[in-house]
Design a protein around this ligand. Structure first.
Ligand code: ATP
Ligand code: MG
Length: 431
């Protein structure tokens, strides 16, 4: 049977029990970011198209070919946000945050939209968890953001992720380098892809991170950006690297890493995971010194990252505390142990009663109704219940509950209040 309606191409429904893991990952983000003093910002899902054209940059893939733009009924061109940094900077200016004591620390969690070819790890509606540190001091800001990023990933149980870092220099470094790179690439133009030929004019730096083997060969022999850095950019990068070392962050300098958004300056970084195949970037970020100014503010140092939550979840370690946290909220299944429940028992049956009593005590619980035997255990499976709580005539008379651990199948009969105490979740881990 073919369904009449399906989720639009490139989008998907997130369903339980997976959504509990998503929520646990987001809870970990909120916990870690709060520890660093970041507050949550929620910007609109759509913005004036011009904001992204300006902020993200006309020569980026995002603005060039990935935006969901449409004209609304009032004749305005609006765009579903393809990323959140431009919106955060717009809000920073709109709410006069430039006059707050600096720096301003913000994080966000939410969906982003890009019109891309859907494939594993690439969706048209995807989700990002990100942070921005605005109005701080250069290298120190970069390092704070990187420390927080790695702390978050550590909290999720990732131990082996490598941070790739590079510097794309300040505006001065880049304009000197761009010229050299163009001079080098022009005679090789015939061997470049159509995309790269276009970039030769708009943003030659982007050719550096081409994925095509032929272009990589050309790029390997190109002049190096590192040789064109101004003293200030060189010092900035050296300070970031030595500080990362001092804090024990493991990283690899990747000279060809340039990132796709036009606003980056100096430090850029990415985190990739082997388990993801072609779409292997979990996180991208970097500093942006010109963006706030581009949007009409005073020159302001900004740095941030965006983690692709869909990809992050794809490679979340089996031992991740986020999985355990999701598991911890699975309901106890309350079942009738006295044979068939009378037809008209609900909603005041003994199992319905006990389930509600448990919930009032802060314990997740579901009434199994009249289910017994196979049907009961299938239901426990579906709910991933850690435990069954049985009441029957005997238990009611004795004021007891029989608990059965679904994993070990061990049973024990406890006095009702003792059983409730036993089921109460362990207090959440201290911050
Ligand atoms: P890619 O090179 O994979 O296209 P990107 O450089 O376009 O990534 P960013 O703009 O840096 O991505 O966004 C940060 C993160 O958001 C990426 O590292 C990735 O994990 C995630 N991401 C970006 N686009 C998508 C998408 N279409 N579907 C799922 N996740 C995405
Ligand atoms: Mg992309």
């Amino acid at each position: 049977m073919s369904l009449r309606f399906q989720a639009p191409k490139g989008t998907r429904d997130l369903l339980p029990p997976d959504t509990a893991i998503w929520a646990a990952v987001e809870a970990a983000a909120r916990r870690v970011f709060a520890r660093y003093g970041y507050g949550e910002i929620r910007t609109p899902i759509f913005e004036e198209t011009e904001l992204f054209a300006r902020g993200v940059g006309e020569s980026s893939d995002i603005v060039g070919k990935e935006m969901y733009s449409f004209t609304d009924r009032g004749g305005r061109s609006v765009t579903l946000r393809p990323e959140n940094t431009a919106s955060v900077c717009r809000a920073y200016l709109e709410h006069g945050m430039q006059s707050l004591p600096k720096p301003v620390r913000l994080f966000y969690v939410g969906p982003q939209f890009r019109y891309e070819r859907p494939q594993k790890g690439r969706y048209r509606q995807f989700h990002q968890v990100g942070a921005e540190l605005i109005g701080g001091k250069g290298a120190e800001s970069d390092v704070e953001i990187l420390l927080m990023l790695v702390a978050f990933l550590g909290e999720l149980g990732f131990g082996d992720l490598k941070v790739l870092v590079n510097t794309v220099g300040d505006a001065e470094s880049r304009s000197a380098y761009k010229e050299k790179l163009k001079t080098y690439l022009l005679p090789l133009k015939e061997r470049l892809s159509e995309d790269s030929r276009r970039r030769l004019e708009t943003n030659p730096l982007r050719i550096l991170d081409s994925k095509s083997p032929e272009e990589q060969e050309i790029v390997a022999a190109a002049p190096r950006l590192a040789d064109f850095l101004t003293d200030a950019s060189r010092r900035h990068f050296a300070a970031v690297l030595s500080s990362m070392e001092a804090f024990g962050l493991s990283f690899v300098v990747e000279p060809r890493l340039v990132r796709g958004l036009d606003y980056y300056t100096n430090t850029v970084f990415e985190i990739v995971s082997e388990g993801l195949g072609a779409q292997n970037a979990i996180c991208g970020g970097g500093a942006y010194e010109g963006l706030i100014e581009e949007l009409g503010g005073a020159p302001t140092y900004g740095v941030g990252f965006a983690i692709g939550e869909d990809r992050l979840l794809e490679v979340l370690p089996a031992h991740s505390p986020a999985r355990a946290a999701a598991q911890a909220i699975r309901p106890v299944l309350v079942a009738w142990a006295g044979g068939q429940l009378p037809e008209d028992a609900s909603p005041s049956s003994p199992t319905f009663d006990l389930a509600e009593e448990l919930r009032r005590q802060g314990i997740a619980a579901v009434d199994a109704g009249g289910r017994t035997g196979k049907a009961l255990y299938a239901y426990a499976d579906q709910l991933a219940s850690p435990c069954l709580a049985f009441v029957g005539e005997e238990e009611l008379a004795a004021g007891t509950v029989r608990l059965r651990d679904t994993a070990t199948r061990e049973e024990q009969t406890l006095e009702r209040q003792a059983a409730i105490a036993r089921l109460r979740p362990a207090p959440t881990e201290p911050r």
